[in-house]
Design a protein around this ligand. Structure first.
Ligand code: PLP
Length: 285
């Protein structure tokens, strides 16, 4: 049975209940995070919490929690839930109102909810054991504030479902100029002639913590060139390798887009080198 946290209380997940008047439920008015943890060691805890604090400030939710408060909560959930391979889900909504009204209510307390769920073991840098992905592509039809990790995920859900209904694991997205943005729940990278390239941070994509760690680790290592720049969909379809990244997937090699092989259709050498560096360095973040 998994132990969750709701508004100050630790309790079995099944017993956690919120009001239907909670603005997270009515409007998707909230911010969330997922922090991965392996055998009790979190990856990217500080940047995950910093991103959540930025998101809360961006949407005007006032929650007086320090990084230490979040650390206490995460560690307690890890202890309560067995310290295996866990995703720690953190969620703050604007709170429960007495009426359904779009404007921000005054004097309501944010709802804080958290639980831990099992995630797969982290990928190992081994081509034979790599989990390779087949994805769909689609025009990105979400809103223009994708840098905010909002709980209002219907746009992402509909895009994920597009790929899922095609038997695919993800949907990579491109904007009206045919430029890569990200995927429905991951950031996206290409590799061309040995250079790792990913779109720059702006309002079209989430500033993924895995993306940040990958870029930082590669730059510190220095053996693989890295660029943050606009990537066209033509570049995606003619890339040598394509990767998608997220906290639970780390670096995931994409071998097929819309049924067409990426490069030679196999997991690439640059993925192997990058995942090896990521596996070795991720707990430093
Ligand atoms: N982009 C979107 C839309 C996401 O939902 C996620 C993760 O949930 C990511 C990118 C990857 O972010 P992170 O590496 O912080 O998990």
């Amino acid at each position: 049975m998994s132990i969750a946290f709701l508004d100050g209380t630790y309790l079995p997940l099944e017993e956690a209940k919120i009001s239907p008047m909670d603005r997270g439920f009515l409007f998707g008015d909230g911010i969330y995070e997922v922090v991965p943890s392996y055998a009790g060691n979190m990856v990217g805890f500080a940047p995950h919490i910093a991103r959540m604090q930025d998101g809360l400030a961006a949407v005007g939710i006032n929650l007086d929690w320090s990084e230490t408060d979040w650390a206490e909560l995460c560690n307690r959930l890890i202890n309560e839930n067995g310290a295996g391979n866990l995703g720690i889900y953190l969620h703050v909504s604007r709170g429960a109102d007495s009426r359904r009204f779009h404007g921000f209510p005054v004097n309501i307390a944010p709802t804080v909810f958290a639980f831990a769920f099992d995630i797969p073991p982290p990928p190992v840098a081994d081509k034979a054991r790599a989990n390779s992905y087949r994805v769909s592509s689609a025009r990105d039809l979400r809103w223009e504030r994708c840098q905010i990790k909002s709980t209002a995920l219907l746009g992402n859900v509909l895009h994920f479902q597009q790929g899922y209904e095609n038997g695919h694991d993800e949907t990579i997205l491109f904007n009206a100029n045919n430029e890569l943005t990200e995927a429905s729940a991951c950031n996206a990278f290409i590799v061309k002639n040995g250079t790792v390239i990913t779109p720059p941070l702006d309002n079209q994509l989430l500033a993924g913590i895995t993306r940040h760690i990958v870029l930082d680790i590669l730059r510190r290592d220095g053996s693989i060139a890295v660029e943050e720049r606009v990537v066209t969909m033509d570049e995606v379809t003619s890339a040598d390798e394509v990767w998608i990244t997220s906290s639970s997937k780390e670096i995931a090699p994409v071998i097929e887009i819309d049924g067409v092989a990426v490069g030679d259709g196999k997991v690439g050498d640059v993925w192997l080198a990058a995942q090896a560096l990521y596996s070795a360095g991720k707990f430093n973040y």
